[in-house]
Write a protein that binds this ligand. Structure first.
Ligand code: PXL
Length: 290
């Protein structure tokens, strides 16, 4: 019997303040009509970007207890979606969870949350990077930003990106396991005011690109917002390029709705002001074959 509404397991931290991870994943995926079952990886007072002296508790042991109970209940998920992980040891727990809950009819999205803008987040060391390189092997879809793609491929952080190089990177990441690789924050060589998202779909051997205006403001949590919308769209039956378009448009809308206000960027985008737009049908798309 299929679930009356689609259901995902969401493996992310719960950061109380700052609009990232579970505090954005749950409202976004729920608004898109999909049930979210959180498997929290860590409990934090805030996310780790631009906040100091935050409280953090690793929840690896609790994860094992939750997974054991879910197995006894024989819960089935339509997708498994992981993001920020609390410690290297936890990556093994997540891999085991994926092995046990992956079926022929669901899919696994791994957002290899490790850093942005050329550097890692405060809690991400070399062991976490090595662990993420392993974890992406069990994913169907991965959504690194350009910084994370470089860490996954053990490449130096790029200053510039050309079409050939980004295509090679996406193919190489796909060879590790995921059949769909979506890379965000890819600069465009000749267009300074624009940025882009590119995707490679191994089954069709096609590349897709969505361009958008670059806004010079770093709001933490936008990567989580992006991948939450992608996951929701694919579960709703959208094609990959339409899912990319909707995710780019939603993140852009959230940033635009926030940018003109005067509040610290570290508090994240004003998600609550734009969440309802996820219920609108797709009315515009700008994707291109690439
Ligand atoms: O948005 C990614 C993210 C998730 N979780 C925690 C973070 C960050 C980014 O800073 O610190 C705890």
């Amino acid at each position: 019997m299929s679930n009356p509404v689609k259901r995902i397991a969401a493996i992310h931290d719960l950061s109380g303040f700052g609009r990232s991870s579970l505090t954005v994943v749950i409202p976004i995926v729920s608004t898109m009509g999909i049930q979210v079952c959180p498997l929290p990886t860590a409990l934090l007072s805030t996310h780790t970007s631009e906040f100091k002296n935050y409280h953090m508790k690793d929840l690896t042991e609790d994860m094992v207890g939750i997974i054991n109970h879910w197995q006894k209940l024989e819960i089935e998920f339509d997708a498994i979606y992981s993001g920020f992980l609390g410690s290297p040891g936890q990556i093994k727990v997540v891999s085991k969870f994926i092995k046990e809950f992956k079926t022929n009819s669901n899919f696994v999205v791994v957002d290899p949350v490790m850093g942005d803008d050329g550097s890692t987040y405060a809690t991400i060391g070399n062991e976490m990077i090595l662990g993420m390189r392993e974890l992406i092997k069990s994913a169907n879809i991965i959504t690194p930003n350009l910084t994370e793609a470089a860490f996954l491929l053990d490449e130096p952080q790029p200053e510039k990106m050309d079409t050939d190089k980004i295509k090679k990177w996406a193919r190489r990441l796909s060879e590790e396991g995921p059949s769909i690789v979506i890379i965000t924050s890819v600069p465009l060589p000749d267009e300074n005011e624009m940025t882009s998202v590119i995707a490679y779909d191994r089954e069709t051997d096609r590349f897709w690109q969505v361009k958008c205006t670059y806004i010079p403001a770093y709001f933490p949590g936008t990567g989580d917002i992006f991948t939450s919308v992608i996951t929701g769209c694919l579960l709703q039956g959208d094609s990959l390029p339409i899912a990319m378009d909707r995710a780019v448009q939603f993140v852009s809308l959230a940033i635009h709705a926030s940018y003109g206000h005067k509040f610290p960027l570290r508090e994240g985008v004003l998600l609550e002001r734009v969440l309802g737009s996820l219920r609108n049908p797709v009315s515009m798309s700008t994707f291109q074959l690439f």
